[in-house]
Write a protein of this length. Structure first.
Length: 120
C-alpha cells in the first residue's frame, strides 16, 4: 500500500492513474483562481483532460520539494514544459493534499507561470 506521500507525489508528477484508487468519493479539488471540482468523477475527468493536453509535451522538474505530516502532504514544484515546437513554459505549482484514513479527501492547487530568469 502506498503512503500518503507517495500518493501526493504521484499526483504532483501527473501519474494520476496511481492516485485514482485513493480518491475519496467526495473528494474536492480547488484550483485556486480557476475552479472547484467536487467528487471523484469530476477530479478524474479533469486529470484525464490534463494528461491529454500534456501528451505532446515533455516535462522536467527543476524543483520538487515535499513536506508531509500524518494527514497532509504539500508538494512545491517548478516544472519546465517543452511543446512540439520546442517552446518552453515554466510553471510553479504548490499542491496541498489532505487525507483521511488513507483516502485523498481534498486538494488545493496553486499554479503560476514564472519567468525562468527569476528561478534560483
Amino acid at each position: 500500500m502506498a503512503t500518503i506521500q507517495q500518493v501526493a507525489e504521484a499526483f504532483a508528477t501527473h501519474r494520476y492513474s496511481e492516485v485514482y484508487p485513493f480518491l475519496h468519493p467526495q473528494v474536492t479539488w480547488t484550483l485556486v483562481g480557476a475552479a472547484r471540482l467536487q467528487g471523484r468523477d469530476e477530479v478524474v475527468v479533469a486529470c484525464e483532460g490534463a494528461l491529454e493536453r500534456m501528451a505532446r509535451s515533455s516535462k522536467q522538474f527543476l524543483r520538487f520539494k515535499t513536506i508531509a505530516s500524518a494527514d497532509a502532504v504539500v508538494v512545491d514544484a517548478v516544472t519546465r514544459y517543452v511543446d512540439q515546437l520546442w517552446q518552453s513554459s515554466f510553471i510553479s505549482s504548490c499542491d496541498i493534499l489532505e487525507f483521511t484514513q488513507g483516502n485523498l479527501t481534498a486538494i488545493t492547487s496553486y499554479t503560476a507561470a514564472v519567468d525562468p530568469d527569476t528561478l534560483d
